[in-house]
Ligand binder design. Structure first.
Ligand SMILES: [Zn+2]
Length: 144
């Protein structure tokens, strides 16, 4: 059996905050005005209906808290994502920028390996060829 620690509030926090605000209003109004007017046969439900108007502000308040959490979470996640992307780009520029900025394939971004031309007018000359050759035909001149 799957372990489920999620409370209703966690579930509610998954929805956009405005959904929860609308839900809170609906729950509050129905508990406050509609549920007490229902004639329940079951004594338990009848008792619940009686105290519903008292509980209404608390239940609605809890849903509003979930709305606030949801709004906060979505904002935080967006920022976190932006931050992580920024760090990723930064690390890439450190790792690849310093080491191989001149040595990545112009076509696919893969690693370049030093090769020697075997035929053609440049036979015997060294050049940088893509390590993904023959899939990728990216190459660069070798200046040294
Ligand atoms: Zn390539």
């Amino acid at each position: 059996m799957a372990k489920r620690n999620d409370s209703i509030l966690d579930d509610l926090a998954l929805y956009p905050w405005w959904v929860n605000v609308i839900l809170a209003v609906i729950v509050y109004l129905s508990m406050r005005y509609w549920i007490p007017t229902i004639q329940f046969q079951n004594t338990f439900y009848a008792g619940m209906a009686k105290i519903a108007p008292v509980l209404a502000p608390f239940i609605a308040g809890m849903i509003l808290v979930a709305a606030a959490v949801s709004a906060f979470d979505s904002g935080r996640k967006g920022q976190l994502l932006k931050k992580q992307k920024g760090i990723g780009n930064y690390l890439n520029s450190i790792i690849y920028g310093a080491k191989a900025s001149d040595n990545i394939c112009p076509l696919c971004g893969g690693e370049m390996v030093l090769r020697t031309a075997r035929k053609g007018p440049k036979a015997g000359e060294k050049f940088w060829g893509c390590s993904a050759f023959p899939k990728c035909r990216g190459k660069k001149p070798h200046y040294v």
